[in-house]
Design a protein around this ligand. Structure first.
Ligand SMILES: Nc1ncnc2c1ncn2[C@@H]1O[C@H](COP(=O)(O)OP(=O)(O)O)[C@@H](O)[C@H]1O
Ligand SMILES: Cc1cn([C@H]2C[C@H](O)[C@@H](COP(=O)(O)OP(=O)(O)O)O2)c(=O)[nH]c1=O
Length: 205
């Protein structure tokens, strides 16, 4: 089974991914907990070129184009799918990924790129069985991760996150595997919402 967690920064994805992995492990499943951007050289390249502490990616004094950003995320994902996700699924493991191609659709679309081009670019990515979209107002997510962000960047980040949240909600209407979870609730309640859906899914398998 392949499960993905999506949502804006600070929505609770890594918290819920860990809890979900433990839930499966306690039931005897072999679990692979992973994330994008990855920790491979491709993911490290993205962190160095694109995610420079909340600032725009800069190479030799020039900003990286949004197209180049999208291609870097897709290259990291192609390696992720080929080297970890596909082999793990073929070995019968449960794969839980904190972010996947839906992040590229939501974020790179919010940067002004064409959604159809982004969907085409990511067509190689195997479809998950289910995607939990942890949805919450940007104000709440920003409160949760206040310490992570530079204050001067606050307004710019807020506006981008607002667009990203809207994009995710639009994507949830286009991709039936996406389930919207109210991430405003406490950690345990959000976990229980996720588990209820997983149990239904396991019952169907
Ligand atoms: N349901 C929740 N209610 C309140 N705080 C939460 C909740 N889930 C996570 N947090 C806290 O919010 C912060 C961001 O959570 P995290 O799981 O790292 O989000 P993400 O991986 O989506 O960026 C962390 O400090 C975490 O402990
Ligand atoms: C996977 C992915 C992430 N992102 C963005 C979302 C986040 O703001 C950022 C980094 O992801 P994040 O989950 O914050 O990773 P970390 O905390 O380990 O740095 O990258 C994209 O813009 N496109 C993508 O395809």
């Amino acid at each position: 089974m392949f499960i993905v967690l999506e949502g804006i920064d600070g929505a609770g994805k890594s918290t819920q991914a860990k809890l979900l992995a433990e839930w499966f492990e306690n039931r005897g499943y072999d679990v692979v907990l992973t994330k994008e951007p990855t920790d491979t050289p491709f993911g490290k390249l993205i962190r160095r070129l694109v995610l420079t502490g909340g600032k725009e990616g800069i190479i030799d004094g020039a900003k990286i184009s949004h197209e180049a950003e999208a291609l870097l995320f897709a290259a990291d994902r192609a390696e992720h799918v080929d080297k970890l996700i596909k082999p793990s699924l073929e070995a019968g493991k449960v794969v839980i990924s904190d972010r996947y191609f839906y992040s590229s659709l939501a974020y790179q679309w919010a940067r002004g790129l064409d959604l159809e081009w982004l969907i085409d670019l990511n067509r190689f990515a195997v479809k998950p069985d289910i995607v939990f979209l942890l949805d919450l107002p940007v104000k709440e997510s920003m409160n949760r991760i206040r310490s992570r962000k530079v204050k001067s960047e606050f307004d710019k980040i807020f506006e981008l996150q607002r667009r990203v949240r809207e994009n995710y909600l639009k994507l949830a209407e286009m991709f039936p595997e996406m389930k919207i979870i109210n991430a405003m609730d406490d950690v345990k309640t959000v976990h229980n919402q996720i588990i209820a859906i997983i149990e239904t899914l396991l019952g169907e398998k």
